[in-house]
Design a protein around this ligand. Sequence first.
Ligand SMILES: [Zn+2]
Ligand SMILES: [Zn+2]
Length: 259
Amino acid sequence: MAYRVDSPSLRIPLNQSIWKILDLIFPPSCPGCGLIGERFCFDCLREIKTIDKDFCLKCGMVIDNYFYHELTTCEAQFEHLLMIRSFSLYMPPISMAIKKFKYHRDIGIADILANLLVELYNKNKMDIDMVIPVPLNPKRIKERGYNQSYLLAFPFSMKINKPINKQALRRSKETRPQVGLNRHERLLNVSEAFVADPQQVKGKNILLIDDVTTTGATLEACASALKLAGANDIVGFTLARAVPTKNGYSDDLIETASV
Ligand SMILES: [Zn+2]
Ligand SMILES: [Zn+2]
């Protein structure tokens, strides 16, 4: 079977030079404050509240009096994942950056968002063999034109000098968008949605990358497929963690508006 891994190399400077040239022709604007000429300005980046304390060591969710968290069931819910970590809660300004990246084709911001994942990686040093982006279903890729998880995972893997592998895990069936579904419905929707190649993942420690975690059901479904194929430890990293609200999750609003 074909075995391909994109290894990080001297592509970082090349990648960054391309964006610098494009920025001169089409000046970007900061998703937080609108400042022209900045992809994500320093002040807005500093505004992002990172998840550094009072979080669940398994799923990474913030635990305090406001966010209800079922500690007892968390281990069972994420039985195939070693842990999930997110850089921040899904709220402005990072939510605005993700929205621009995901729904408004501002793919140039991926490199800056990947830096946030590097920060997360540096806080959670681990022994990993490969980075795998969460696969998007082919219909979505056709609509959007790109898989945002891959666009994050690619520069991230180069920056941490680990191989990226986007062939090892794929969608095995069409899933409907997770928007508006409760946790149980989300689990049913994504269960067995992925399939992994044992030849590529057996015995490997894997870091899964996605842009946003809502319930963690997608990451857990990926981990389940990877474990079935013989993978060793699996960790999920995302930029942002959706906040449970009265009506669902904090990422539903934007998804409903954009799908
Ligand atoms: Zn700004
Ligand atoms: Zn938890």
